[in-house]
Design a protein around this ligand. Structure first.
Ligand code: PLP
Length: 439
């Protein structure tokens, strides 16, 4: 009998024992090919020597120094490297310990920015329906995942949710991709007008939607229109790259492929690659300067922000991601994964869509390909697929997302960037079998 409070009180989980390359091994010696990095975390696999050495060195030199008293060389170097590679205009890094914390910091920074620049009426956030921004109350309020929000709705601030950019489901017959993108982006304009432009502080979105919709990128032009609308109304654009950032889509930041730069961007997961719990919020010089020249103090913080060991791990990960070889490899392996999934599942009667960028791919399952009707949520199809895949030694990330308030079934794939061509073939084969046995 376990004394551990597992998130699922009924799950009977194997005990992870060792990690090696793209594999995890349990205490019975069973190997699992990691095709999802847990939740898009383990971008460098499970035994990266440089990251482990960096953590060990940091531990030997300095395990902890509170950021109220000291800065650390690891934190300073990480900030410099991140800002150097960040989208245009990003000038500062605020370290945190994970994705939800990064989003909380982003929301509070946006609010403080408007307070310090004499615009106290700006307090509203607009987000999108198919979105997830974390499980803490502020981040949960921003997210649009109804299933996760429902039990806590009384505790959360009200947030407006507009349509996501989800071409597979929402593009109308005869509508071009571009026209579709502009139509849904313009919902932001409508919502700003409805709320009153002077009350809105930020729009938050994931450039490639992860946990609620399974690797859905926006169509070309969508985010440029979003950027224009935010600029026109003086609203901050927060991009949540907690899942899709840090090279996952083939560029360090996913938004590079949309040709825009945010005012604030959040990252986590791949930043620590699973070696340390770490995240960051990055912001523009304009925002940072407003705080510096105003109160001079960001009124937010947690004990473990900027933990030297987390910073050292993230610095080693980022050094690898920016070595000029790793990201082109992600793009090439991503194309191969996409082709393998198409070959194996493209004609499957219950596979509605295969999508994504780089090594961030999603498969949407449907009861009927012609009508795109989702499966009955009571079937818990995604859970059965996960169980089958684990039985066959494959980790994938199936989820019941929300499709306009309903549950839908998606599988998210986010293998380590070191995945081999052979392993990509195995992922497609094992997954196809796991899906077939579940339906
Ligand atoms: N934002 C996005 C886009 C995410 O996918 C997640 C987690 O899945 C979070 C925020 C929350 O991150 P964490 O679980 O590290 O708190």
């Amino acid at each position: 009998m376990s004394a551990l409070f597992h998130r699922s009180c009924t799950a009977n989980l194997p005990v992870a024992d060792t990690g090696n390359g793209c594999y995890l091994v349990d205490t019975d010696g069973k190997k699992y090919l990691d095709a999802c990095g847990g939740a898009a975390v383990s971008c460098l696999g499970h035994s990266d020597a440089a990251v482990r050495d960096a953590i060990r060195d940091q531990l030997d030199r300095l395990p902890f120094a509170h950021t109220g008293f000291f800065t650390s060389q690891a934190a300073e170097s990480l900030a410099e490297l991140l800002v150097h590679h960040a989208p245009d205009g990003i000038a500062r890094m605020y370290p945190v310990s994970g994705g939800s914390e990064a989003v909380e910091a982003a929301i509070k920074l946006a609010r403080q920015y408007f307070l310090e620049t004499g615009q106290p009426t700006r307090h509203r956030i607009i987000a999108r329906r198919q979105s997830y921004h974390g499980n803490t109350l502020g981040a949960l309020a921003a997210g649009g995942n109804m299933w996760r929000r429902a039990p806590f709705s009384d505790l959360m601030v009200e947030t407006s949710h507009i349509s996501p950019c989800y071409a597979y489901r929402d593009r109308q017959d005869g509508e071009t991709q571009e026209a579709y993108g502009l139509r849904v982006a313009d919902e932001l304009e409508t919502e700003i007008q409805r709320l009153g432009p002077g009350t809105v502080m930020a729009f938050i979105a994931e450039p490639v939607v992860g946990a609620t919709a399974g690797a859905v990128p926006a169509v070309p032009g969508y985010f440029r229109r979003i950027r224009d609308i935010c600029d026109r109304h003086g609203i901050l654009l927060i991009l949540d790259e907690v899942m899709c950032g840090m090279g996952r889509t083939g560029t360090l930041f996913a938004c590079e492929q949309d040709g825009i730069a945010p005012d604030i961007v959040t990252i986590a997961k791949g930043l620590g690659a699973g070696y340390q719990p770490v995240g960051a919020m990055l912001c523009s010089a304009r925002i940072y300067d407003a705080i510096r020249d105003g109160s001079g103090f960001f009124q937010h913080g947690h004990t473990y922000i900027g933990h030297p060991m987390a910073m050292a791990a993230a610095l080693a990960v980022l050094t690898r991601l920016t070595d000029g070889q790793t990201l082109p490899r992600v793009a090439r392996a991503g194309d191969l994964l996409h082709s393998a999934l198409h070959d194996r599942l493209g004609q499957h009667p219950h596979v509605g869509d295969i999508r994504g960028r780089g090594l961030f791919r999603g498969i949407e399952l449907v009861a009927d390909r012609a009508t795109k009707e989702p499966f009955d949520p009571a079937l818990d199809l995604h859970k059965r697929i996960k169980a089958n895949a684990m039985q066959d030694g494959l980790m994938c990330y199936p989820m019941g997302g929300t499709i306009d308030g309903q549950r839908g079934d998606h599988i998210l794939l986010a293998p380590p960037f070191i995945v081999t061509d052979d392993q990509i073939g195995q992922i497609a084969d094992i997954l196809a079998g796991a899906i077939d046995r579940a339906i």
